[in-house]
Design a protein around this ligand. Structure first.
Ligand code: TYM
Length: 326
């Protein structure tokens, strides 16, 4: 059995990019692997958060994990701040990372662009992410494409420590979906769909009403060619719709191109609305029930205990290798 770890930030509602790039993989992996899924609340405070909202969002994400199909009997579900090893290992890895490699992280460069002085937490973000992963002797990390560079850093840090202090960490592998690894914004298919874009129509959130889903898809940016064909470079909008359709329906892109031969974008969009609304309806129904239940807190407390039991011996090994403590 392989060990799987991944995390999601508790900032706002999740969108179909988060689902198709990451959460769908979480569910697929839970039957044949030992899976640990974290709500990374400490990552969220790299930018200011309202404390009440942060707690609420942490529970929202845990409930969404279960609403998409994670079973707390199979997968460990908890919040990052509930297991102290994340912060402890973060420091050890910080002392083995370089400002040069962290300055090259594209997500940091984008987020700090135009700022005279960026928050240190934003700069150190990828090291905390490496700590999350390495703390559990993780083999596999299911994520969207935007996390590729961060996974590479985690691998580099693990290898660096192993070479210097003797075998300490498992070197993890990233796992990416074929369709869905990079869902683009509906209004601008050259940018990634994101939780924070100002235009609500740029994304489809997992809890959106069918009318909002319809609006966002029917208004999605395409092109003037009128031929349903997958070509990311020249037809990013249509290609994005085809990827989303393929990821939700399980049909291949080639099959979809055939199905819509001779038809315009209207037919494709109309059917994609139906496929998306149908896929999200059960998630929404499950979410409301789980979020209201008292059990949610108990599940997270139990998850934190189970996670801590895995993390503690790893952290003890790290301390031993580094000569920390007695
Ligand atoms: P976050 O919270 O931004 O996103 C959660 C997951 O969703 C994926 N994702 C996407 N996939 C496809 N298309 C998109 N448009 C899209 N937008 C987001 C992300 O790749 C991610 O898998 N740094 C991470 C959280 C994290 C983590 C970790 C992940 C912290 N520690 C350890 C794995 C392992 C993040 O900010 O994800």
């Amino acid at each position: 059995m392989k060990r799987v770890f991944s995390g999601v930030q508790p900032t706002g509602n999740l969108h179909i990019g988060n689902y198709l790039g990451a959460l769908k993989q979480f569910v697929d992996l839970q039957n044949d692997n030992e899976c640990i899924y974290c709500v990374v609340d400490m990552h969220s405070i790299t930018v200011p958060q309202d404390p009440k909202e942060l707690k609420k969002h942490t529970l929202d994400i845990a409930a969404l994990y279960m609403a998409v199909g994670l079973d707390p009997k199979k997968s460990i579900i908890f919040a990052q701040s509930m297991v102290p090893g994340h912060a402890e290992l973060n420091w050890v890895l910080t002392c083995n990372s370089y400002t040069g490699e962290l300055s090259r992280m594209t997500q940091y460069k984008q987020k700090s662009k135009g700022e005279e002085s960026a928050p240190t937490g934003l700069f150190m973000y990828p090291v905390l992410m490496a700590a999350d992963i390495l703390l559990y002797d993780t083999d596999i990390v299911p994520v969207g494409n935007d996390q590729k560079q961060h996974i590479e850093l985690a691998r580099d840090l693990a290898t660096r420590v192993n070479n210097k202090y003797g075998k300490t960490f498992v070197v993890p592998e990233g796992k990416f979906m074929k369709a869905g690894a990079r869902v683009m914004a509906m209004d601008d298919p050259t940018s990634k769909m994101s939780k924070s874009a100002p235009n609500e129509m740029s994304r489809i959130s997992l809890l959106d009403e069918p009318s909002k889903i319809k609006k966002a898809i029917m208004r999605a940016t395409t092109d003037s060619e009128g031929i349903v064909r997958f070509d990311i470079e020249n037809k990013p909008g249509v290609s994005n719709l085809l990827s989303i359709y393929s990821a939700f329906s399980g049909k291949t892109i080639e099959q979809l191109e055939k199905d819509y031969e001779g038809q315009g974008y209207g037919a494709l969009k109309k059917d994609l609305v139906e496929v998306t609304v149908d896929a999200l309806a059960p998630i929404k129904a499950n979410f409301n029930e789980i979020r209201e239940s008292q059990e949610l807190i108990d599940i997270m407390k139990d998850g934190a205990e189970r996670a801590n039991a895995i993390a503690t011996p790893v952290m003890n090994r790290v301390k031993e290798r580094f000569g920390l403590g007695l």
